[in-house]
Design a protein around this ligand. Structure first.
Ligand SMILES: [Fe+2]
Ligand SMILES: [Fe+2]
Length: 185
């Protein structure tokens, strides 16, 4: 598959996970209880592995260095900004895990902390993916050569195979659809 399209399709999959996480937060806010902690655990696992390790891994090790080479002076600190947004997302996601631990310990502040961290993560990541998809369309499709695209596609496949167990990356893609049945109607 065209590697730019691969990344944009992954954005759509991650976007569904964010919609589910937001729906969960809205439910928690109704009475400040966490009803299905296993759903949040599954989403956090998906976001840490599929979104951060896999998708961000592809961007940080392969795509961004290429974009850095072809960016114009006017595009400034584009790559630095995108890396920083990944970092911010990671900080919020670590916060979600800490908040889940507090919820499990029946800490009364746990659910509020969980919603704060999750909504922070959702905001940063939605904005990031919107601007990144536009950059991909503009720079990726117009300025990367055919050879760049072929190399990217092959290296993406290597990451999927070597950084994950057999079929694990494909299996991760089904997580948002599976959980979506409970939250998105
Ligand atoms: Fe990104
Ligand atoms: Fe991305």
């Amino acid at each position: 598959m065209n590697p730019v399209e691969t990344l944009r399709s992954e954005h759509r999959t991650i976007g569904v996970a964010l919609d589910i996480l937001e729906a969960i937060c809205r439910r928690i806010e109704r009475n400040w209880t966490v009803e299905n902690p296993e759903h949040i655990d599954a989403l956090v696992d998906f976001l840490m592995n599929f979104a951060d390790k896999g998708h961000h891994g592809k961007e940080e090790t392969l795509l961004y260095p290429l974009l850095e080479d072809i960016r114009t002076a006017a595009e400034g600190n584009l790559i630095w900004r995108m890396m920083r947004e990944h970092e911010l997302g990671r900080e919020f996601l670590r916060g979600v895990r800490r908040a889940m631990a507090r919820c499990r310990d029946n800490d009364p502040e746990g659910p509020e902390m969980l919603v704060y961290m999750a909504m922070g993560y959702i905001g940063v990541t939605r904005r990031h993916m919107r601007s990144e998809s536009a950059i991909l369309q503009d720079m990726g499709e117009k300025r990367l050569t055919k050879t760049d695209m072929e190399r990217l596609a092959n290296s993406f496949e290597d990451i999927e195979k070597n950084w994950f167990g057999p079929d694990q990356y494909t299996a991760y893609q089904t997580v948002p659809t599976r959980l979506g049945r409970y939250y998105i109607h």
